[in-house]
Design a protein around this ligand. Structure first.
Ligand code: DX5
Ligand code: ZN
Length: 239
């Protein structure tokens, strides 16, 4: 039952940028439920991707709902533009005022041992909702689930990262299962209905297990764009 209701959100970061419009249409015909937009600023994460222009282009070629995953230090700067581009789901990281943890080789991840600026997070959720959009918060692998708890009753969706953000094609971090179980349990115990989204390293070996454990939306970059077998698996699971 739960499995057949799952949604798949291909991340266009893994698409072939030389024919991006066609790739987005391909994702739609291959069964995508929404399109995932990975927006990066080179500061919050060690990479730069694209911004509002590409998001707008994607929305113009596909009528699917789009979700913008803002891996940026100042998400406030993007809401008006994304809203104007027609993007329906917008999420930002709860680590925006957190600590930068170096991972070596020009890589890093932001984590929040404690939430330094709770008011800013509340404010961001409110800003997204005031635009009539679905508001989501994102939690990086090193940040504990408890850091997200104070915001869960205000959000529409919770995005749990299963890789350190910045790149597609990385290995899945299995510790996300524990967070996923907590997030699913918390929503049941508190009668909340936020959707749970998993992002990073989703593949044919973990997709079904993630949905069984409570995930509603699976983001997929490389598996989706690089494997028609994975697309077929998703179609089968949804049947
Ligand atoms: C990572 C991004 C992910 C990524 C997913 O920073 O947020 O959305 O593109 O790609 P895969 O599925 O290849 O890990
Ligand atoms: Zn993402």
């Amino acid at each position: 039952m739960r499995i057949s209701k799952m949604k798949i959100a291909p991340s266009i970061l893994s698409a072939d940028f030389s024919k991006l419009g066609q790739q987005i249409k391909m994702a739609e015909s291959a069964g995508a439920d929404m399109i995932h937009l990975d927006i990066m600023d080179g500061h919050f994460v060690p990479n730069i991707s694209f911004g509002i222009g590409i998001s707008k282009m994607s929305k113009s070629v596909s009528s699917l709902p789009h979700d913008a995953h803002l891996m940026v230090t100042n998400p406030e700067n993007y809401y008006a533009g994304l809203s104007k581009a027609g993007i329906e789901y917008i999420s930002f990281h709860i680590e925006i005022d957190g600590q930068r943890k170096n991972l070596g080789e020009n890589r890093w991840v932001y984590t929040a041992d404690k939430i330094e600026n709770r008011a800013r997070i509340d404010e961001n959720i409110r800003k997204i909702k005031d635009l009539g959009k679905k508001a989501g918060i994102v939690v990086n692998p090193p940040t504990g689930f408890d850091k997200a708890e104070p915001f869960l009753e205000k959000i529409d969706f919770l995005l749990l990262m299963s890789v350190n953000p910045g790149f597609s094609g990385q290995g899945f971090i299995p510790e996300v299962y524990e967070k996923l179980e907590k997030a699913d349990k918390y929503r049941q115990e508190n009668s909340l209905n936020y959707e749970i989204m998993i992002d990073g390293g989703v593949n044919r070996d973990n997709a079904e297990k993630l949905v069984s454990a409570g995930a509603d939306i699976l983001v997929s970059g490389s598996s989706f764009f690089k494997s028609s077998e994975f697309q077929e698996l998703i179609r089968q699971l949804k049947r």
